[in-house]
Every structure is written in C-alpha cells, then in structure tokens.
Design a protein around this ligand. Structure first.
Ligand SMILES: [Zn+2]
Ligand SMILES: [Zn+2]
Length: 863
C-alpha cells in the first residue's frame, strides 16, 4: 500500500498512542492453547494492589513486554499473564483507616468483604496504568489471588504438602511483629542499625551486661567463655536471678565473646537467635515473658501488663534502688525489624505452621535454572545456606487464605478437608465426618491464615494450568522476571514449592531486574520526596519515551537512577526517527523491498550496516541486553542512516536517473527492518510507521532475518562516506555553502570506485575516481607562523625573525636550523615557530589537496 503522502510534520505521541490503544484488541495477545508453535510462558510477578503501579513495577513490566513482543515476532506462542497478589496486612490497615474501624469491630467475614472491595478498586486503577504503558498483557490469563478459584489452589497445595510431610504444626520460636500482631518468616526480617543502651548490673554478685534488662524475667541461664579465668570459680554453680528469684545454671560456651560487656551473658527465652541455639542445645526451660501484643506476661510479676519499653525503664530503676546497677552506655546494634512496619521483632515461642526447608532440593533446582544475570543465583544460594529455621507460614491475620484445618476438641487430632471441599473457610464450615481417631464431633477451626507468599509462590503452577494435582500441562514456564529484592522470598519459595509439588524446577530461566532509584540516587520513598509516578512521565513524554528510558537506563539486573534528561533524550530520538521516516516514505512510494535491485555502492554499504545491526540487535534481545539492542538501533538510525547514508544518496533520490531504484529498494528494505526491530520497544511509534509503510500492523510481523555480505561495499562505502564528510568539512571551513558548486575533484583511491555519482551530487562537484598515481608537484607557497610561539620567544625581534625565515631555502623551512643570525646576533629558533605552506599542482595546474588516509583528493575549485 502506498503511503498517504500527508504524513504529519510533528509526531504527536499523545494522539498516536491513544489511537493505537483504542485500536488494538486484547485477543491479539492471548495465549493460544491449540497452537502448534513453541510456547513461551512468562511467570509475571503479581503486584500487590495498592492502587499505584509504581515506577519500579513499570521498569520490570517494560522488560517483560520487550521479551513478550520479541518472542511473538520470533514465532512463539507467548503467555504474558497478569496476576494480583491481594492478601496481606497493608490492605487490612487501609480498610481500618478508610472505615474508621479496627478489625475487631466487625465480623471476620465483613472485614474480608471490605478488603476485597478495596482491592478490586485498586486493581482497576493499576490495570489502567498497564494499558497506558502499552504492555501486551494476556488478559485472558489474569488471576486474582483473593478469588476462590485461586486461593482454592493455595489450599490444595497446602493439603498436598501436608500429606507429603512438608507441612507440620509445632510450638517453636518464631519471629513475631508485635505491631502487626503476627508471626513472620525470617525472609521478612530486615536488619537495621539502631542505638540502644547497654546496661551493666550485678547478677547474684556477677557483673552482666545486657541490652534487654526487661528479659530478666525470661532468664534461664548465664553463659561464660570456657577459657575465661575470671569466671572459673563459677563453673557448675547456680545463680539466683535478681527480682524474679529463679535459679539458673552457669554454662561454659565458646560462642560467648569474652570481650563484650563483662564477658558473662544471660540467656533468655528469647533475646535473639543465639538464645534459641543455646536453649535447644542445653535443653533449657521456656519462660515466656512477652506476649503477642508486646506486653509483659505474668512471668514478669509486678511488671505484668507493661510494654517492653515500660518494663525496661522500671527494671533499671529498681536495679538502681537495689544498688546493683553498675553502668549504662549507648551502643549501636543491628536489630531485626518487621519488613513492613520496621518495628523491632521479638522472638516468641508460638504454636505455628511450618514448611520444612529441604536445602538440597532448593539448591539443586536453583542450579538447573538459568539466572540472568548469573551472580543473582549466588544471592539465592547464600540465603538458602543460612536458612536455619523452617518457613513459618501461619499468620494471625484475617485477609488471607484460610488454613484448611480443624482440631478435634476431644483428642486434639488435626482434621483436614478432602480436596473436593476446597475452597473452604474452616471457621464457616464444619468437617463432614466425625473425628477419625476418637469419633468426636466437636471441632475448633484453625483461625490462623496463610502467609501471602503461600499464594504467590504457586503463581507459576497456576499460569501453567495446575488443577491441584500432578504436574501442570504447560510446566515449567520459560521465564520468571522479578526484582532482586524478592529473591529470598518469591524466588526461593517458588522453587521450594515447585519441587515439593511437581519434583521439577519452576522455570527455564529467571531474569532479575534492578530497582529504580530517585534522581538523588536514593531508593524512592515518601519521606525523601523523590518519588516519580509513571503517570507524570506518561503525560509529559508518552509511553514509548518511558519504555525507551527503561531499556536504555542500565544493563539488566543493575539498579537504574531516574533522570528526566534521559526521558527527554528518548523523546528526541523519536522525533529524529519520525523525521527520517517522513523523509523516506514519499521517496520510496510503492517500491517493493527487492534486494535484487540494490546495485549502487552506497545502497549496498547501507545494507551491510543494516545486516550488522540485525545481528547485533538479535543477539542482544536473546541475552536480554535491552540497553545494547536499543543502542545499536539508535546508532544505526541516527548515524548511519540519517547522517551518513541519506546525506550521500539524497541527490540520487531526487534525480530521475536509473540508479534511483537501487536507493529506493535499499531504503524500503531498511525502513521495514528498522521499524520491525523498534516494535518491541516503541510499540505505538512502530505501529504508526508500519501502517504508513505497509498499511498493516507491525506486531503480527515476524522478527527481521536479514543478512547482506558484501565486503567490497563495506570497504569502499566506508571510504566514500569518509571522503564526502571530509570534503563537506573542507567547503565549510572555506566559507562555501554546502550546495555551492565545488569545481573538479580527482580522487586518487588506488582502486576503481563506482559510486553511481553519489559523491558528485553530494558535493556538487565534478568527480573522477583515478587509479593512477597522483603525480603531485609540490612547492612552498608561503610560511605559516605560530604567533603564540614566536611572540613570547622573540618579543621585539619578531618582525626581523619572520623576515629572515621567509628568506630561508625550502629545505630549511621543513627542517629549521637551530638558530638564525639577526643583525649580527645569533638567536635560537624556537620549536614549532613556523611551518611551510605548500601548494600543489598536477600537470602544471594548481590544485588543493585533501588527504583521507592513503587517499589523495586533488581539488580544482570552481572559479
Ligand atoms: Zn510489623
Ligand atoms: Zn478426636
């Protein structure tokens, strides 16, 4: 189809992007279950529906969309599903805020309904941003984890893993957030430096230093280093805990640091992870002094009911009163905090549900997956190596997948529903049968719910078609794209669950993207005020500019700093590309991209560069190096096509000559290939151009396969391009208009070059290529002085010096003497003071000479 001829001068991104978004149909991106093409399934991250699709999400989705679009063009049956990871505390908190209630003011079911309602609204907002960014999401494979059809699968996976011995219930020390009032997993504990007070006091006559004096009530032992002579007499003794009176043993343990505090430490249940070690190793009793809300228990005697901070203050005051306080000093300490609310975590012994962590299984599967970049695999391996505790999967919350379990009131037996009763909420439904152990009919439902990662870690099973048993039909997926901040959670848990449920790795590869930092180089946060919303960038520069920024900002896996200048540069490239297209389209008209018609040197040269670019872009796409792909496209379009080729071949395109067809065929091939390669990055722009060019959608086209091997054209074309550039500079330097008549140029290139008259037209000159030796006659026309040398060195004698130099024989102008005699005085000749200015002639005719490498051009300027 011929281009319309009325291509707008300016590229109006807002109009174009909105128009194509209205035109494109969702069905075009659906995964086709009946297709015979190779499949490419992406385990897209399901974002948390906050209502705000932030810039970090947008970066990750750009990567996914580049891959999805590229793979479709490469002939794959692509699934780019979109999930929503709904459950969790932030939504509960938001609901409480919006409705001005606490979760205990309404029934669990009503509270859940409010959470679902808010979540549905937020998903709607985020869907709109996804569409506005031009992502080719497969909406037929959307999933929402709060819906029964999804959380039913979470529950089925629970049953399967319970029956396979992976899941168990136990009382065990767990990380507990007293603000969120729930257990959390180790993967959700983040460490922060905090200032705290180290209190030293006399413990039954022994000096002990602690940062947690309020845990005195929970003290179960004192430990010292076995070789610490200061405490040798205490070995085997029992000490009495001040204020609380329990008798505790003194243990020798090499893990005690004799240089910290007094060298003696108290072991409490539980101050930290080390306490848990000792508690297990020495089989110590359990004293629970802190409850789930962070209040002191009855074990703490008169301090019962106080918060941790209140108890600390009161106990230190009592130590002072009792005369056993020996000192207080400020120290900094690494404190484990809740990743959501930053409250310091407590280690509480709780009845919770756990998943057994089988390190070898996880590591084996992780090594079967291709990690991009490779070093991200080490992060996972390091994390797995240090996982000492099993994964605590129960949470004391409401808006989450219910744990499908009851316990028999008579005998304590745990009763699980059968798979066909799923999805189920055990607080609303009773077991169908009496207790299998004792026949009892009274049951207590499990009120704890599942960790949100229990939902999201089966996303890959869900998208590959899992119905709750066996291995899903499309398993494993081809790619998991995700951020490096959730390797220890989402990546690790997904591998664990896939191996447990299918015995296989979840995906062929995992692509890890970096974080987006603010313009100040820091992580974006409300408190820093450095957050940029994708919507703001969309309004100013459009989706394609944003996508270009994502591609070119950094190598995949690296953090990327946001910078408005980069977005502006991206939109400039779009303008440049539009101008190229607008210039080329009317010239090529209906020309078919017929390689056989390409004969002229410059055209063949263009195609060798196009061929290189196709190879470079394809290789970059295959290795997810989007920055490299876009860089190759940009350099080809801007430098090679626009600045070099079009400048050279423009004249031929305007001429009616027979070699015009060679140029139009080359341009037709080039533009078609260029637009198709731009399509994954700039889907709107490419669609607009391709419709002008071909009258059909670009996104259904195959990926470019183009090869052009032509070493002669490469070498001679490079020379031609360089010569024309140098000679244009020559004109410019001499104040000639670029289109002014130049005169006669003889190019002594050594080999015959047939340039189809391009050099002549580009330079407005009479050009002849010669294979002969130039036979130049050279003579000195004048002397050029360097006054910045001559002036300072000779001062008042400068004029005399210059006169004397002009009288020197030509040989001495090229090789100056060491000194000159001026008025009887010998004056040294400063280095670099002058040089001969040669003039040339060929066959007696004066010419100018321009040299480019070994090539000499004789210029006989027009009069
Ligand atoms: Zn918390
Ligand atoms: Zn029973």
């Amino acid at each position: 189809m011929a281009p319309s001829g009325d291509i707008p001068k300016h590229y109006d991104f807002a109009e174009v992007e909105a128009r194509w978004q209205r035109t494109w149909r969702d069905e075009e991106n659906y995964f086709d279950r009946s297709s015979g093409k190779p499949r490419y399934i992406i385990d897209t991250p399901p974002p948390y529906p906050t209502g705000n699709f932030h810039i970090g999400n947008a970066l990750n989705w750009c990567y996914i969309d580049f891959i999805a679009r590229y793979k479709r063009m490469q002939g794959y049956n692509v699934m780019f599903p979109q999930g929503w990871d709904c459950h969790g505390l932030p939504t509960e908190v938001k609901v409480e805020e919006i409705h001005g209630i606490t979760k205990n003011d309404v029934s669990r079911e009503e509270f859940r309904r409010m959470c679902r309602e808010l979540t549905a609204k937020n998903i709607e907002l985020m869907r709109a941003t996804l569409r506005r960014l031009g992502f080719s999401v497969d909406w037929s494979n959307e999933y929402v984890t709060m819906r029964p059809e999804y959380f039913g699968k979470t529950q089925k996976s629970f049953l399967k893993m319970y029956h396979a011995g992976y899941i168990y219930q136990a009382e065990h020390p767990v990380n507990f957030c007293i603000r969120c009032e729930t257990a959390i997993a180790f993967a959700e504990v983040t460490y922060q430096e905090r200032e705290t007070t180290l209190t030293t006091f006399l413990f039954d006559g022994v000096g002990i230093a602690t940062t947690r004096p309020e845990l005195l009530a929970a003290c179960v032992a004192v430990a010292v280093h076995p070789e610490d002579e200061r405490f040798a007499k205490l070995h085997g003794k029992r000490l009495t805990v001040p204020f609380f009176g329990q008798k505790v043993p003194v243990l020798k343990d090499a893990a005690v640091d004799p240089t910290f505090g007094t060298g003696a430490v108290m072991i409490c249940t539980f101050g930290d992870k080390q306490d848990v070690h000792w508690w297990k190793e020495y089989n110590l009793p359990l004293r629970k002094a802190i409850d789930r809300r962070g209040r002191m228990t009855a074990v703490a005697g008169k301090f019962e009911g106080m918060t941790v901070a209140e108890a600390r203050k009161a106990i230190v005051a009592d130590m002072k009163k009792a005369g056993i306080l020996r000192g207080e000093k400020k120290i900094t300490q690494r404190v484990g905090t809740c990743w959501r609310c930053k409250t310091p975590i407590e280690i509480l012994s709780e009845r919770q549900w756990f998943i057994r962590v089988k390190h070898d299984e996880i590591l084996k599967a992780a090594r079967e997956v291709t990690w991009i970049p490779e070093h991200m695999r080490i992060r996972l391996e390091n994390w797995v190596a240090q996982m000492e505790w099993d994964w605590c999967i129960s949470r004391q919350r409401i808006f989450a997948t219910p744990i499908p379990v009851w316990s028999c009131d008579a005998c304590g037996e745990l009763v699980l529903p059968s798979e066909d009763e799923i999805p189920i909420d055990p607080t609303l439904t009773r077991p169908k049968l009496p207790c299998p152990k004792c026949g009892g009919t009274k049951f207590t439902p499990e009120e704890d719910v599942l960790d949100t990662w229990m939902d999201s870690s089966i996303s890959v099973l869900n998208v590959t078609g899992w119905d709750g048993s066996g291995t899903p039909p499309l398993f494993p997926a081809q790619l998991r794209p995700q951020g490096h901040d959730i390797i220890r959670t989402w990546a690790c848990y997904t591998i664990l669950r896939s191996v447990a449920l299918t015995g296989q790795k979840p995906w062929d590869g995992i692509l890890v993207n970096g974080m987006v930092l603010g313009e100040d180089g820091f992580k974006m946060s409300k408190s820093r005020g450095n957050i940029i919303q994708p919507e703001e960038i969309l309004a100013k520069h459009g989706a394609d500019a944003f996508r270009q920024w994502s591609a070119s900002g950094a190598a995949t896996g690296s953090d990327i700093m946001f910078n408005w200048n980069d977005v502006v540069a991206a939109s400039r490239l779009q303008t440049k590309l539009w101008n190229i297209v607008r210039f080329i389209l009317p010239k090529i008209g209906d020309e078919p991209p017929d390689e056989g018609r390409v004969t002229a040197l410059a055209d063949r040269w263009l195609l060798t560069h196009l061929s290189d670019t196709v190879a470079a872009v394809t290789a970059a796409m295959e290795s997810y190096a989007f920055d490299q792909a876009l860089k190759a496209l940009r350099e080809f379009a801007w430098d090679v096509l626009a600045d070099e080729y079009i400048e050279l071949a423009k004249g031929r395109l305007y001429s009616g000559g027979e070699e015009r067809g060679s140029a139009t065929a080359a341009l037709s091939i080039t533009l078609d290939a260029l637009v198709r390669m731009l399509a994954p990055f700039l889907p709107h722009f490419a669609e607009e151009c391709y419709h002008q060019l071909k009258g059909r959608p670009v996104h259904h086209e195959p990926w470019v396969k183009f090869e052009w091997k032509d070493d002669a054209a490469r070498g001679q074309g490079d020379l031609l391009v360089r010569l024309v550039a140098e000679l244009r500079n020559y004109k410019h330097d001499r104040g000639m208009a670029l289109n002014a008549p130049f005169g006669r140029l003889t190019i002594y290139a050594g080999t015959g070059v047939e340039d189809a008259g391009d050099a002549a037209r580009a330079l407005n000159a009479e050009v002849s290529w010669s294979t002969e030796e130039p036979g130049l006659e050279r003579r000195v026309r004048d002397v050029k002085f360097n006054m910045s040398v001559v002036g300072p060195a000779l001062k008042g004698k400068a004029r005399e010096f210059m006169d004397a130099v002009r009288k020197l024989p030509p040989g001495q102008l090229e090789n100056p003497p060491a000194s000159l005699v001026l008025k009887g005085c010998e004056v040294p000749v400063p280095a670099g003071a002058f040089a001969p200015d040669f003039s040339y002639a060929i066959g007696g005719k004066d010419v100018d000479v321009v040299t480019v490498g070994d090539v000499i051009v004789a210029v006989e300027r027009a009069p």
